[in-house]
Design a protein around this ligand. Structure first.
Ligand SMILES: Nc1nc2c(ncn2[C@@H]2O[C@H](COP(=O)(O)OP(=O)(O)OP(=O)(O)O)[C@@H](O)[C@H]2O)c(=O)[nH]1
Ligand SMILES: [Mg+2]
Length: 402
């Protein structure tokens, strides 16, 4: 490790945030305040409404975007006949406060568009996905206008793109041109929304059967840019790990939080407990590492799901994982062993030194400073290992897929 890496490990904006945390000039107070304020991202509420015509694929979308298959526990019921007739909430499997609302299909015998708009409480949602699986229709514009008039954002998802392309492939054998077809579908949706008075509509072409193709990444990026920052972070962490870029965005979200976890964990060093060989609050570190592992899809449930999605053997995916802490269950003892094995001391001192350069108070209490540096370096290096493992697993999952 050198100072160049430290520049990367410790982003400037985070050093500034840390400076503010130390405003009252007391290490223990700062650490305890941060610990109290460390509401995990899992507590930030995000209510996402998914609406559209009956049968357009709303429930399927809610499943795949949460990284679930149709048959997984907690998945929304899907089907070839009308299945969703009341608004149903589906929590994200890890971040329970992120809720996808599966709204009943519009334009069915059960609901006219007007009744429908009264029925679902539009203002309770952070934003909307309107799902459409066919040509642009009047009901889409009615929905879009209603959402717009309430000052809410919507993202228009043109679903089942795989089915459109398959049909064209069969019917237009010699003139088949995928880019052309995608462009036509996109233009049709954008024009429909424009004609209905929606400026700059956000339109994404998706297939829930092949989420990694078409516009899923574009959709992620758009939401990343448009959501308020705290909601953006939690949204990013809910996404399935089917893109390398998604993994990097997640790593950045966590990296920006490391100093808070490290500071909170260092508080114990100032309240020494006799007989404890490591001064940090290990439980806090254990939880944080567990959170990383799940967010990067390296827990058993996520690995099984990835294997099913890409039709791969889960043992084969697991075989490319290198980090021992990922392969084993994360326990108190494993983390303590890891801290000893990695000879964290030198790195920890460098981190303490570096942080103290910007926020002198970090270095003013020796025990707290070193505990901070140790936790920081532990989380930073583990996050790096876990993100690299996740990339290796994804590469393996994507091998031989077109
Ligand atoms: N080919 C293809 N089929 C899809 C896709 N998304 C959904 N389907 C299928 O479309 C059918 C309807 O999907 P659902 O998710 O149940 O649709 P819904 O909008 O929730 O339907 P209601 O609850 O009845 O309003 C199911 O058979 C799905 O498997 C997709 O991207 N591609
Ligand atoms: Mg449904």
């Amino acid at each position: 490790m050198d100072y160049k890496e430290l520049d990367y490990a410790f982003p400037v904006n985070q050093l500034q945030e840390m400076k503010m945390a130390f405003e009252n000039g007391d290490f223990l107070q700062a650490a305890q305040n941060i610990k109290k304020s460390l509401v995990g991202l899992e507590h930030i509420p995000l209510n996402i409404a998914v609406t559209g015509e009956s049968g357009s694929g709303k429930s399927t979308f809610i499943n795949v975007i949460r990284g679930l298959g149709d048959e997984d526990e907690g998945s929304a019921k899907t089907g070839v006949v009308e299945t969703t007739v009341v608004a149903t909430r589906y929590s994200h499997p890890r971040l329970r406060n992120v809720i996808y609302w599966d709204l009943p299909g519009i334009g069915t015998a059960h609901f006219t568009p007007n009744e429908y708009l009264k029925l679902v409480k539009f203002d309770e949602f952070d934003f909307f996905f309107i799902i459409a699986s066919h040509r642009f229709r009047d009901c889409h514009i009615q929905l879009a206008q209603a959402i717009n008039s309430m000052g809410k954002k919507f993202y228009f998802v043109r679903s089942k793109i795989d089915a459109d392309l398959n049909a064209c492939r069969r019917l237009r054998k010699s003139s088949y041109n995928e880019d052309q077809i995608l462009m036509e579908i996109r233009s049709n949706c954008i024009k429909g929304l424009h004609d209905g008075g929606i400026m700059c509509p956000r339109v994404f072409l998706l297939s829930c059967l092949e989420l990694e193709k078409y516009d899923f990444y574009l959709m992620q990026k758009t939401l990343e840019n448009e959501l308020p920052s705290h909601k953006r972070h939690v949204f990013l962490l809910t996404l399935p790990n089917i893109y390398f870029q998604a993994l990097e965005s997640k790593r950045d979200v966590f990296r920006n939080q490391i100093w808070k976890h490290a500071l909170a964990s260092a508080a114990k060093a100032l309240l020494p407990i006799p007989g404890l060989s490591v001064d940090n609050d290990i439980d806090l570190l254990v939880n944080t590492i567990g959170e990383y592992k799940e967010a990067f899809g390296l827990d058993q449930r996520s690995l099984n799901c990835l294997a099913t999605t890409f039709d791969k053997d889960v043992h084969d995916l697991r075989s490319v994982i290198r980090s021992q802490l990922v392969l084993k269950e994360i326990t108190y003892h494993e983390v303590v062993n890891f801290m000893h094995r990695r000879e964290l001391t030198k790195a920890a001192l460098m981190v303490t030194d570096y942080a103290a350069g910007a926020v002198p108070l970090v270095g003013s209490v020796a025990a707290g400073g070193v505990a901070f540096g140790t936790a920081y370096w532990l989380l930073y290096s583990l996050l790096k290992d876990i993100a690299d493992d996740a990339k290796r697993v994804l590469s393996r999952a994507l091998e031989n897929t077109v």
